[in-house]
Every structure is written in structure tokens, then in C-alpha cells.
Design a binder for this molecule. Sequence first.
Ligand code: G1P
Length: 291
Amino acid sequence: MAQRVRKAVLPVAGLGTRFLPATKVIPKEMIPVIDKPVVQYAIEEARAAGIEEFIFVSAEGKQAIPAHFSAQPNLERQLEEKGKTAELKLVRDAIIPPGKIHTVIQHNPLGLGHAVWCAKELVGNEPFAVILPDDMVLSDVPCLRQLIDAHAKVGGHVVAVEDVAKDQTNRYGILDVLSEEGRLAKAKGLVEKPAPDVAPSTLAIIGRYILDPIVFVELDKKLTGAGNEIQLTDALSRTLGAVPFHGYRFEGKRYDCGTRVGFVEANVAFGLAHPEMRDRLRPLVEALLKN
Ligand code: G1P
């Protein structure tokens, strides 16, 4: 039985240049999908999967992210005085208790591998989750929960995967698959952003990982790869002989909020899944498509 996963690392240091001017002052992760910042969906998914401790790998000027998950006594008092109980609950539900939320500043954007390495001391020697908040997943069972359940059985590294179009392999970490059993794909290799003609498969890693701490041994070496960045995929690939590596074909649908079109798609999809909104939204979307 694998050790329990208690901690999650959330790389949120990006400048969000694709979303300028919206991200001039507001961190990209704080832009809402429907009524919640993108990063709150990631935290809620992680909490629903049993994660207790959160490590943001962030950059200067993005204090709004930890502030969003801290108590806001003035706001809470005013809502209380006005009897706005439902709103007060929304505000309080987002709080992560002190001691369970940490921020590490990544001074230079040296790559995803480097971002994860920045959390090394806070993670310590135990399995941990990595969540890239840009990838949002709509599913019956939270995506991270699915990974943690799979990890409890097979241990090692377990990453969420899905098949992408052949011409998209150069946007993802891609698995070289040894064997498949149910939703699990055992990998014998992985490559970061291969061109379609050399990609070993179309099975792509999306932004959810359960990692064995052995990855830090490789990240410590600070070797650069694709795009001259310190790649998480490369570090994972160098641990392949030491611990098992599985891709898990998660149940659910992923939305890539890292692009503007994906962001709009996520808003429509999460709106159509929103219990208080879907009945009013659906006819509006249908009408829009007819015109
Ligand atoms: C990162 C990883 C890549 C992974 C992707 C998932 O790429 O390097 O392996 O497939 O996230 O979203 P990025 O999107 O940061 O370029």
C-alpha cells in the first residue's frame, strides 16, 4: 500500500501574457470561470481528494492568490453584520488554515521542473500531487481523487493522461507505452513536446500528477531540455527504472484554460454544469449558435 498523499504543489508563477491586459494587475489564476477564480477549482478538487497542505510556487506581485485563501476579517465582519450568511459561507469555505498553505517564490521562470523543485523542502520525503490550475477537469469523481486511488494500488508516479490529436503532441509530455490495463498505461519512456512525426504515442500528460519524491534527486541536477527549460517530464523520465510510472486515463473532460478559446469553452462548459445556472444558460447558448 502506497503512502498517503497529503500535499499538493501548485505552480502559479506564470505572467499570464496570453491574457493581457486582464493579467496586468490580477494574477491569471485569479480570473474567474463563472463565479470562482480558476485556482479555487484546483484547490477544491485537491481537498475533495484528501489533500491537506498546499504549496504555491509563485512569483512577486501575485499575493492575491494566498490572500484569496486566507481569512479576510473585515469582509467577514461586514457580511456578518449585514446578515449575509450565504455570502459569508462562500468566503469562509475558501479559507485554507494557517500552516497548511505555503508560498515559495520562483525568482526566474526556468521551467515546470524548476517550479516543482522549488517546493522540495516543503514536500520532504513523501509522495505529493502537482496540479496545474490551467487544466480544469469536469468529472464525476475529482480527477485528483482518481489518481490518488490508482496511486494507492500501483505507487510510484501516476499522471493523468488523455489522447490528443496527432498534430498536438508538441504541446504536451507524451508517453511511450509499454502495456495497458484498464485505465492504467505503464510507460517505458516519456518525451516532452515531441513533434508529431517522432512522438511515441498520442497519450498526453495533463496537469495532474502524483509523484514519488525520487523526482527531486533528478530535479536537483537542474538539467535543461525542450525549450531550454528544466522540464518535469525529463526528470520523471530519468527515474523510470527506479519507480513505476503509470499514465491514468481519467474519467472526465479537461478544459485548457491556458488559451483564450479554452478559457471561453471552460466558462460555457462549467456554466452548463452549474446547478443554479444550467437551465437558464442552455437555451441562451443554443440561441447563440442558431444565429
Ligand atoms: C506542461 C508540461 C507538459 C504537460 C502540460 C500539461 O507543459 O511540461 O509535459 O503535458 O504541462 O498541461 P506547459 O503547458 O506548461 O507548456
